[in-house]
Design a protein. Structure first.
Length: 400
């Protein structure tokens, strides 16, 4: 084997290339090598020269150290994709790699911090998922609320509740028109992950998506992967997740007690309090048999006439919930000076902007080239040192 860069890991090259949505041919063209060379790099049969590796790093926007890390531990647990049939394989591949990156980040943070344990009710889920009926979904939603200590009123900050009970949440730009989110209950460590799309969803849609993915984690963890590739089976699973999400967000007794009439105006009056879309409320009313088929059809016709299919009132005013767990973990390491910005980025070995996105950090916290320097305190009246001006890290560990 012709060695160009000792320690180079071809798996990481394939991963970064796919994360950026590039084919091997496209990458080869922009870095000035043959497609065969890229293939050889990825298979570990050849490693790139230093100048080629620099070009790869620049084009794929990952640090050089990224290619020197060990291969990611692949998890064969099923991944539940929204709109599996319509999202392209490239978009799913790109998103799945971001999930691997979230696991890498979590692994790094776990070296410094303890995270909440997974706290989900131990449900007696039917072995055959097709036997999960409406009554079971209602009961499961109630049991989850009970275990988490949530009453029958509007769900508080849903993402906070999810994270407080051991589920890791990230938001990414999906890059797929109809891909709103996905989830996986990892078999390595048993940690559940929910990844939501930040591209276009309103606050109420994001909450529903999170509740939908929570249903998969709670009810569908034993599904075989082949079932997810069967359109009929996937439709059943998605429908169950939809119904669970509605039951979780709109508990029957309290919701019905507050809904003075099953009309669009009555539902709109509850939207800000319950933070659930009118469309979801119509579905809930259908499930609770507050509407017959004809009444529901009339409501949907009027719903469309008002232009609410595209955007409902308050969609732009209700504030989106933000994941906190990863963001606060990074912020804690920095604020307590356990790690500096450069130590975080060096430890994670990803582009700072990717870390910011995956951890829902404020843009620029890690990617600003003077971030470390700006974070350094100095005495009043003291002029910045040359190290602070150029952004070098001044180590404070061990000093008093």
């Amino acid at each position: 084997m012709n060695v160009g860069t000792p320690g180079f890991n071809g798996d990481r090259l394939a991963e970064a290339r796919q994360a950026r949505g590039l084919t091997g041919v496209a990458l080869a063209e922009v870095i000035g090598v043959t497609p065969q060379s890229v293939s050889q790099y990825e298979k570990g049969k050849q490693t790139p020269r230093a100048d080629v590796l620099e070009a790869i790093s620049t084009r794929l926007n990952v640090p050089l150290s990224y290619f020197m890390r060990s291969s990611a531990v692949l998890d064969d647990a099923p991944i539940f994709w929204r709109c599996r049939a319509t999202a392209s394989s490239v978009a799913r591949q790109r998103a799945e790699i971001r999930l691997r990156w979230v696991r890498d980040i979590l692994g790094y943070l776990a070296g410094f911090l303890d995270f909440p344990g997974v706290d989900l009710p131990k449900l007696d889920v039917p072995r055959d998922f097709r036997e999960i009926d409406t009554d079971y979904l209602e009961s499961a939603a109630t049991e989850l609320r009970t275990q988490w200590g949530i009453g029958s009123g509007p769900m508080p900050d849903l993402l906070l509740e999810i994270e407080n009970h051991g589920i890791v949440v990230s938001r990414i730009n999906m890059g797929a028109e109809k891909q709103d989110g996905f989830s996986q209950l990892s078999r390595s460590g048993g940690i559940p992950f929910i990844v939501l799309g930040r591209d276009k969803a309103s606050a109420v849609r994001q909450r529903f998506d999170a509740a939908h993915e929570l249903a998969h984690i709670l009810l569908h963890k034993n599904i075989e992967n082949k079932r997810l590739n069967t359109a009929a089976d996937n439709k059943i699973l998605e429908d169950q997740a939809h119904r669970f999400a509605n039951a979780l967000l709109l508990p029957a007794d309290q919701f019905v007690a507050e809904l003075w009439a099953p009309t669009l105006d009555a539902m709109m009056a509850l939207k800000d309090r319950w933070k659930v879309s009118v469309g979801a409320m119509i579905k809930r009313c259908e499930a609770l048999e507050l509407l017959d088929r004809e009444q529901a059809q009339r409501l949907w016709i009027n719903y469309n006439r008002r232009g609410w299919r595209k955007e409902e009132p308050l969609d732009g005013k209700i504030e989106k919930e933000r994941p906190r767990l990863l963001r606060r973990s990074v912020e804690l390491l920095l604020s307590e000076k356990v790690q500096s910005v450069s130590q975080v980025t060096d430890g994670v070995r990803l582009n700072p902007r990717d870390i910011e996105e995956l951890c829902d950090l404020d843009p620029g916290l890690l990617s600003n080239e003077l971030a470390d320097a700006k974070a350094m305190p100095r005495l009043k009246g003291e002029e910045p040192s040359s190290a602070q001006v150029v952004g070098n890290v001044v180590q404070l560990f061990g000093r008093r």
